[in-house]
Design a protein around this ligand. Structure first.
Ligand code: SF4
Length: 423
C-alpha cells in the first residue's frame, strides 16, 4: 500500500483534511489572481529579447560597430551616446524632444551606453528604459533646491570616505558610470567631468580604514566601482585584504544592469582572489533582466561574489505592485537577491520620479506573504543629513500586552493572538 494512504503513516492526511487544504489553496490562488493575469503581460528582458536584438543591430549600424565591439565594454564606454544627433538616428526623436534634451543638458549631463539604448522600445516614450536614461524637460523645470542628500560635509571624516554607521563605511573612488541615470541622487557629482580619483587620495582613505579597528565592512563605490580598471580594483581589494579587521568588501555597481559586458572573466578572476566580496547592483525594471545580465551575474556568482539588488522606487517605472513583483521574480530567477527598495529622495531634477512612502508601503504589503520571502527586499527611506537608512514596513503588530500576549495581523489580514514571554 502507498505510504500516503496508510493511516498509520506520519504523512497520512485524511481525505476531508485534504479537501480543506484544497479549498485553502484555491483561496490563496485567488489572492494573486490579478498578478497571474497581469504578470505575463509585463515586458522583461527575456520576453523582449528579439526586439532588443533588432535594436542592437540598428545601433551597431549607426555606430559602425561589430559583434566583437558589442561584447567589449570599452567599446560601449567610448561610444556612449552624448549627442541628440546620434540618439535621434537610433530612436527617431521629434524636434521637440531634441530641443528638450538639449535644454536639460545645459543643467545636467547625460550619456547612455549603446547596450542600454538597445533595451529601449524605440517608439514608446513611456518605456522605463527611456525614462531612466534620456533627459526630459521635467528635470530642467524642477525648481527644488535640495542638492546634496548625503550632506557629505558632516559625514566625511577622511578624503573620499563617507561614514554614516558604526562598523562600516564607503570609499568613493570615481564619479564615472556606464550611463547617467536621470534619477541619480549623485547628480551633483556626475555633473562634473569624468574622474577616477587619484591613488594617493584613495590611499589616504585606506589609511583611515586601517586606523579604525571597528570598521569591518568597506563599500567601494562612486559613481560605479566597476568603472575602475581591473588593476585598480585589484589594488584596492588587496589593500583592504591587508587590513586585518576588514572582514568583507562590497562593490557598488550598476554594470550588471547597465553594461553587463563589463563583467569579464578577467575581472571575475580578480574578484575570486579577494573573497568575501559582495556586489550590490541596481536593477529597476524587469526589462533590464535579460540573457546578457543573467550571464554577467553567473560569472560573478561563479567567482564567489554574492550579488544583491538595490532598486529605487520610481514613478512611471516600477512604483507599481505588479511591476515590482515581476522585477523581484526576475531577479531571483537569475540569482540576484532583492535587498533594498529605496524611496526616491527629494532632490533637484528628480521630483517627477518620486513616489510617496505610502506607495512604497503598499508595494511591500503586496509582496510579503504574496511571494517568496527570499524575493522581498527591505523598503528604505534615507534619513536627512546622512542620519542613515531607515526601514519602513507595513504594521503587523496590533498590540503588545504586558502580560505577554501579542495581537497581530498576518500578511493575509487575519488577526491572531500570540503567546509571548512577559516583559
Ligand atoms: S549608476 Fe548609480 S551613481 Fe551612476 S548615475 Fe546611476 S544611480 Fe547615479
Amino acid at each position: 500500500m502507498s505510504i500516503v494512504n496508510d493511516p498509520e503513516s506520519p504523512v497520512y492526511v485524511p481525505e476531508e483534511n485534504r479537501e480543506i487544504a484544497r479549498e485553502r489553496a484555491g483561496r490563496h490562488k485567488q489572492m494573486i489572481s490579478d498578478y497571474l493575469q497581469t504578470g505575463p503581460t509585463i515586458p522583461t528582458g527575456f520576453n523582449q529579447w528579439d526586439r532588443i536584438q533588432a535594436q542592437k543591430h540598428k545601433i551597431l549600424n549607426v555606430l559602425g560597430g561589430t559583434e566583437a565591439d558589442w561584447a567589449d565594454h570599452t567599446w560601449h564606454l567610448s561610444h556612449s551616446v552624448r549627442d541628440t544627433r546620434t540618439l535621434a538616428r537610433m530612436l527617431d526623436l521629434s524636434g521637440e524632444e531634441i530641443s528638450d534634451i538639449e535644454k536639460t543638458a545645459t543643467q545636467y549631463r547625460w550619456q547612455i551606453s549603446p547596450y542600454y539604448i538597445s533595451l529601449m522600445h524605440p517608439d514608446d516614450r513611456s518605456c522605463p528604459i527611456f525614462r531612466q536614461s534620456v533627459p526630459t524637460i521635467q528635470e530642467y523645470l524642477d525648481p527644488d533646491e535640495s542638492k546634496d542628500p548625503y550632506a557629505i560635509v558632516y559625514n566625511s571624516p577622511a578624503p573620499l570616505v563617507t561614514r554614516l554607521y558604526p562598523d562600516r563605511l564607503i570609499i568613493n573612488v570615481t564619479n564615472i558610470c556606464a550611463m547617467f541615470c536621470r534619477h541619480c541622487l549623485r547628480k551633483k557629482d556626475i555633473s562634473l567631468k569624468d574622474m577616477i580619483y587619484p591613488r594617493e587620495d584613495i590611499r589616504t582613505a585606506l589609511d583611515y580604514v586601517a586606523r579604525c579597528p571597528e570598521i569591518r565592512d568597506v563599500l567601494i563605490t562612486g559613481g560605479d566601482a566597476l568603472a575602475l580598471s581591473d588593476d585598480t580594483i585589484d589594488w584596492i581589494l588587496t589593500e583592504l585584504d591587508n587590513i586585518p579587521h576588514v572582514e568583507i568588501k562590497r562593490l557598488g555597481s550598476r554594470m550588471p544592469a547597465a553594461l553587463p559586458q563589463r563583467v569579464t572573466p578577467r575581472l571575475c578572476e580578480i574578484l575570486k582572489r579577494h573573497k568575501p566580496v559582495y556586489l550590490n547592483t541596481q536593477f529597476n525594471h524587469p526589462l533590464e533582466v535579460n540573457p546578457d545580465s543573467a550571464g554577467a551575474v553567473d560569472l560573478l556568482i561563479e567567482s564567489g561574489v554574492v550579488v544583491g539588488n538595490q532598486s529605487v522606487l520610481l514613478k512611471g517605472i516600477n512604483a507599481d505592485i505588479h511591476v515590482m513583483k515581476k522585477l523581484v521574480h526576475e531577479l531571483t530567477r537569475i540569482r540576484v537577491r532583492p535587498y533594498y527598495i529605496f524611496n526616491c529622495k527629494k532632490l533637484q531634477g528628480i521630483r517627477h520620479f518620486r513616489a510617496s512612502v505610502g506607495e512604497g508601503l503598499n508595494i511591500m504589503e503586496n509582496l510579503r506573504g504574496y511571494t517568496s520571502g527570499l524575493a522581498v527586499p527591505t523598503f528604505i527611506i534615507t534619513a536627512p543629513e546622512g542620519k542613515g537608512k531607515t526601514p519602513m514596513a507595513p504594521t503587523y503588530l496590533l498590540n503588545h500586552n504586558r502580560n505577554g500576549k501579542l495581537l497581530f495581523r498576518t500578511w493575509a489580514g487575519e488577526v491572531c493572538e500570540y503567546e509571548d514571554e512577559g516583559l
